[in-house]
Ligand binder design. Structure first.
Ligand code: 13P
Ligand code: SF4
Length: 300
């Protein structure tokens, strides 16, 4: 049996749902039940009936699904596919920051470990950071771990944002020079960038969106050409959904190595063995769930 047929048959047998992030390789996106950004995938994970979730993404995403559905089996096909940014702040460092700013609310970007979420009041994603901060009564907000998303949110609020110095190496490496060159090469194109980009890159963009936001914009815009300032996996989905439009990566080397660790063989093996499973210690999961549920309650 061809591998894809085997995956689909086993998925049915196991009553599993396959979730895939927008940065996954095309073959994996194409066999998934849901492809989305972090916010969409957490919403889907929170509402699923299936017993088994196969999460094609990086550690914090599978962990979030496990926190939201502690009774389900959450399997991450690529063992050790992790987000380096999520590990740039340690729980002790956040504790110290909280002690320095006792009046501040703590917002953790969902790209963080379960331990960090458990120490936070609320989570956010790149799709709802501004709305999450606006929803809080506090005037000061500790925002971890992404300095660039913190700077982006700070532009859209009067509150004092206290950032952590973490960053995503994929987005932080996108440059203003690349935007200039891409605009020269494709003068008709709109420039869409992710809020994990540096502020100076954001200044040069036409629009700033989460990956799902880019998808919605590409569909509804009258423009037919787009320069995409995020991980290159996004281009597959954009092209598939908009076959008559053109998409150019801002930098064709903007590749998240960990997102590319999942392939069809690993998905098949995950369905066969239900391993490697992602679990979160009960007490940490319980506290982290409060922060994620608080985020899911914010209207976007
Ligand atoms: P999105 O939630 O926008 O898909 O971003 C997730 C991510 O890891 C960006 O690098
Ligand atoms: Fe983490 Fe960046 Fe990869 Fe997203 S693209 S998972 S933020 S390293």
């Amino acid at each position: 049996m061809a591998m894809i047929d085997e995956i689909l048959a086993l998925k049915k047998e196991r009553q599993a749902t396959i979730l895939a992030h927008n940065y996954q390789i095309p073959e994996v996106q194409d066999i998934a039940d849901h492809v989305g950004d972090s916010l969409e995938l957490s919403r889907v994970a929170a509402g699923l009936d299936s017993e088994v979730i196969i999460f094609c993404g990086v550690d914090f995403m599978a962990e979030t699904a496990a926190i939201l559905s502690p009774k389900k089996k959450v399997v991450q096909p690529a063992k050790g596919a992790w987000c380096p940014m999520a590990h740039m702040i340690k729980p002790e460092q956040l504790q110290d920051l909280k002690a320095l700013h006792p009046e501040a609310a703590v917002v953790s970007y969902v790209n963080s470990t379960a331990e960090i979420k458990a120490l936070s009041d609320i989570c956010c994603t790149s799709a709802n950071g501004v709305q999450v901060v606006a929803s809080l009564p506090e005037k000061e907000v500790i925002f971890v771990p992404d300095r660039n998303l913190a700077a982006y949110v700070a532009r859209h609020t009067d509150k004092k944002i206290i950032p952590w110095n973490g960053y995503c190496y994929v987005h932080d490496h996108l440059t203003t020079e690349q935007v200039k060159d891409a605009r020269k090469e494709h003068p008709q194109a709109e420039v869409l960038v992710h809020p994990e980009c540096r502020p100076e890159v954001i200044d040069m963009a036409d629009f700033v969106y989460s990956t799902a936001g880019m998808g919605r914009h590409a569909k509804s815009s009258e423009a037919t050409q787009f320069i995409i300032g995020t991980e290159t996996g996004m281009i597959h989905r954009l092209k598939k959904e908009n076959p008559n439009k053109q998409f150019y990566p801002l930098n064709k080397n903007a590749i998240c190595q960990n997102m590319k660790k999942t392939d069809l063989e690993k998905v098949l093996s995950a369905l066969k063995t239900l391993q490697p499973q992602v679990t979160v210690p009960e007490e940490i999961g319980r506290k982290a769930k409060i922060a994620i549920d608080n985020m899911l309650a914010v209207k976007v």
